[in-house]
Design a protein around this ligand. Sequence first.
Ligand code: EPU
Length: 342
Amino acid sequence: MEIQHHFSLKKHNTFGISAFAKAYTATKSLPQLKEALGFYHNEEVFLLGGGSNMLLINDVQKPVIHVLLEGIEITKTEDDNVWIKVMAGENWHNFVLYSIENNFAGLENLSLIPGNVGTSPIQNIGAYGVELKDSFYSCDVIDIKTLEEKTLSLDDCNFGYRDSIFKNEALGKYVITSVTFKLKDLSKSNDYPFKTSYGVIQEELKRLDGELSIQKVSQAIINIRSSKLPDPKVIGNSGSFFKNPVIKRKLYEDLVRMHPEMPFYDIDQDHVKVPAGWLIDQSGFKGKRYGDAGIHDKQALVLVNHGNASGQEILAVAHKVQKAVKDRYGINIDTEVNLIDQ
Ligand code: EPU
């Protein structure tokens, strides 16, 4: 096992923050991963995947274990269903492209989401009416303390909006080593309910020629995302920085009287979800820049690093945004991105 000291994490977080790991080890196989976990069994470790959903506020003092396990394998087929086991270190979008090329349906709406497969269940990634949980079958994990290997089912993971067991009762308990998806093999059946109800998808599909297919839906999503969301290779970011807040319907009704154009999604009888991007945009932050830290000019939900912003500078902008939204609308917006402070 090779340990690197004072290892730069700049290339390993999509925000492009310059921060260092006191100790860093890359693991490319299950035995290597277990060896690293065993080596650090007395310490709390920091597990690194694609680095796409975190803001490094300081150097990382905990030993960093980078999970780089690779491999995609079809484990079962039955009728028009196919089960695919994907190792945690595979890039999410590359796996989506693999599924599209093979005509396996289910993930096309989740095209171009940054990050790795192994971290996708933690926040139950979602976009355009589809969430990871809709295609998730199970995931293999290692218990960090006991090194015991386990398989967790869909029910075990307790998925919610950008939420799962891994953010709650199992926080810090497991390393996810692979995820198994259950997809529809469209070469065996064309009975498949496309999820294209979002207005923006409909519009983009109209612009693209040809019959409806998962390839076409994926291309539409890629076009939409690339036009609104910054490419982390060009400008550092972690996608949506905040979650869309769920508020009491009563509060929404009071607010909508003053702001009749306020968008909302129904949650249940007593609650609605309001887009944080709209709240931030209306508070005047879209495209604002404070040194190298700022708010994206096409989607106010995304904070960006224009070059050499520090984690603290991005965090300061986040706090400014949260305070302004609270003062204007009385709504707290929570971060979706994990804030790494030690
Ligand atoms: N809006 C504005 N100004 C903005 C941004 C948004 O007015 O700067 C308004 C839009 O006009 C629209 C509403 O807010 O009426 C919602 O915006 P959008 O459809 O772009 O989606 P979102 O709620 O901002 C969520 C997810 C995205 C996902 C999209 C599409 C969260 C926190 N974000 O964004 O996920 O791609 O829906 O389904 O739920 C991510 O998690 O990194 C991510 C990008």
